[in-house]
Design a protein around this ligand. Structure first.
Ligand code: SAM
Ligand code: SF4
Length: 448
């Protein structure tokens, strides 16, 4: 990520972000909090004085990547010192920091500071302490309200689409998941603070916000109310939210999809599995039928809505028949996009101690079949847009000269040959080609 350097910036910062959109948001806020100290973004870790790894603990692979990156950073630091440079500071932030704490420093002594997600507002002070006394560490026991109150109101903004955290944490305790342990219990930010942040983003040219939360639709006071409030913010044309839980999808939120023009026709509603036996073992608190009826009601409110989801295959005890039930649910739902994962055994979660752990080759085969089906559905959804004209918010330059990239209301990426001056604007585009991951458009009629 990049940011405007502070006047007289002398120090370079590199933040590497793993995992979910909430980490992307948090990384931006860390850059905001460090900017007044004179930190400007570096191009990579090689020339950075301060390197922050904002980590993800959700699956074993994500957590392990952090340790290999730390080994690389240690080598970079040694090369830098050997070349007569300054010693760089290495910080581990995010959910691995929260979950593993001091263990990280034991496993990789090159780490200077470990800081969990609720303590980012303390970063300047902690980094100053590290500079004075090498090896300072933090136990990350801060309340989320302290974090949001203490982060700077002014945000560095890149592009016309931004994330806005409205809710953090989770009380659901799905048996496979580390989030309730790494992010703590559910906390909703006050609507006034969220509206103020949305206004300030809109004043900086942001036209689309994605409201973030581990269980965003568990937002206290009702997510639909918050969406209606934000829809009135001048300049904010598009609102999205993620991630939702089927148990918190209330009537008001479903109705908002049919009533609020600014609310985009896209819904990420993870189900994880299509078998009631597995859903129960996962402690999801709903059945497959409940999910399918929800989708039906949402489509009745907003017929063109793009449905997205998350799936886990190879959960302990998953039989062939359970997996077939997932395939049936997918066929019935017809997804526009989805994320699917092989179950990862996370220490400390109830599922990690369950009998019937599925052999990796069985899980691999199921994942391949599921991904093939989801891929076909994604291609079919995208092809359904060919010949239609949709409003596109242009976000950035494309890889080829003369190309720009935007997003359709359905969150598809749209590539088009058009002037860069359109970036930041919404313009109707006629779609004339569809791949699995993007659309191609040919004509921009007029910008708004
Ligand atoms: N709160 C959201 C929900 O309930 O669906 C999900 C948040 S979680 C950060 C994102 C996704 O990671 C989950 O939907 C799930 O599919 C996946 N996930 C979580 N724990 C996992 C595990 N132990 N193994 C594999 N995938 C996992
Ligand atoms: Fe994890 Fe379940 Fe909470 Fe989602 S709802 S964050 S999967 S515990």
């Amino acid at each position: 990520m990049t940011t405007e350097p502070a006047a007289g910036a002398l120090k370079r910062l590199h933040i590497k972000t793993y995992g979910c959109q909430m980490n992307v948001y948090d990384s931006e806020r860390m850059a905001d909090v460090l900017r007044p100290l004179g930190y400007a973004m570096s191009d990579g870790p090689e020339d950075a004085d301060l390197v922050v790894l904002n980590t993800c603990h959700i699956r074993e692979k994500a957590a392990e990547k952090v340790y290999s990156e730390l080994g690389r950073l240690k080598e970079l630091r040694e090369e830098r010192l050997a070349a007569g440079g300054e010693r760089s500071t290495i910080v581990v932030a995010g959910c691995v920091a929260q979950a593993e704490g001091e263990q990280i420093m034991i496993r990789q002594p090159a780490v200077d500071l470990v800081v969990g997600p609720q303590a980012y507002h303390q970063l300047p002070e902690l980094i100053a302490r590290v500079a004075r006394t090498r090896g300072e560490r933090l136990s990350a026991d801060f309340a989320p309200e302290d974090k949001f109150d203490a982060l700077p109101a002014a945000r560095g903004v890149e592009g016309p689409a931004a994330f806005l955290t409205v809710q953090e944490g989770c009380d659901k305790f799905c048996t496979f998941c580390v989030v309730p342990y790494t992010r703590g219990g559910e906390y909703s930010r006050p609507a006034e603070a969220i509206e103020a942040e949305a206004r300030s983003l809109a004043e900086k040219g942001v036209r689309e916000v994605t409201l973030l939360g581990q269980n965003v639709n568990a937002y206290e006071g009702g997510l639909a109310n918050l969406i209606r409030r934000l829809a009135k913010v001048p300049g904010l044309d598009r609102i999205r939210y993620t991630t939702s839980h089927p148990r918190d999808m209330d009537e008001d939120l479903i109705a908002a999809h049919g009533e609020v023009d600014e609310l985009m026709p896209y819904l990420h509603l993870p189900v994880q599995a299509g078998s009631d036996r597995i859903l129960k073992a996962m402690n999801r608190g709903h059945s497959a039928e409940h999910y399918l009826r929800l989708i039906e009601r949402i489509r009745a409110a907003r017929p063109d809505i793009a449905i997205s989801g998350d799936f886990i295959v190879g959960f302990p005890g998953e039989r062939d028949s359970d997996f077939e039930a997932t395939m049936t649910l997918v066929r019935e739902t017809r997804y526009a996009s989805a994320f699917s994962f092989k179950y990862s055994r996370r220490p400390g979660t109830p599922a990690s101690a369950m009998p019937g752990q599925v052999a990796p080759e069985v899980a691999d085969e199921r994942l391949a079949r599921l991904q093939a089906l989801l891929g076909e559905q994604q291609q079919a959804f995208n092809e359904g847009l060919v010949g239609r004209t949709v409003p596109v918010l242009f976000e950035k330059l494309g890889r080829h000269a003369g190309q720009i990239i935007g997003r359709s209301p359905y969150l598809q990426s749209v590539h088009i040959e058009a002037p860069a001056g359109l970036i930041g604007q919404i313009a109707p585009v006629t779609i004339d080609g569809a791949g699995r991951n993007s659309l191609a458009g040919s004509a921009v009629l007029e910008a708004a």
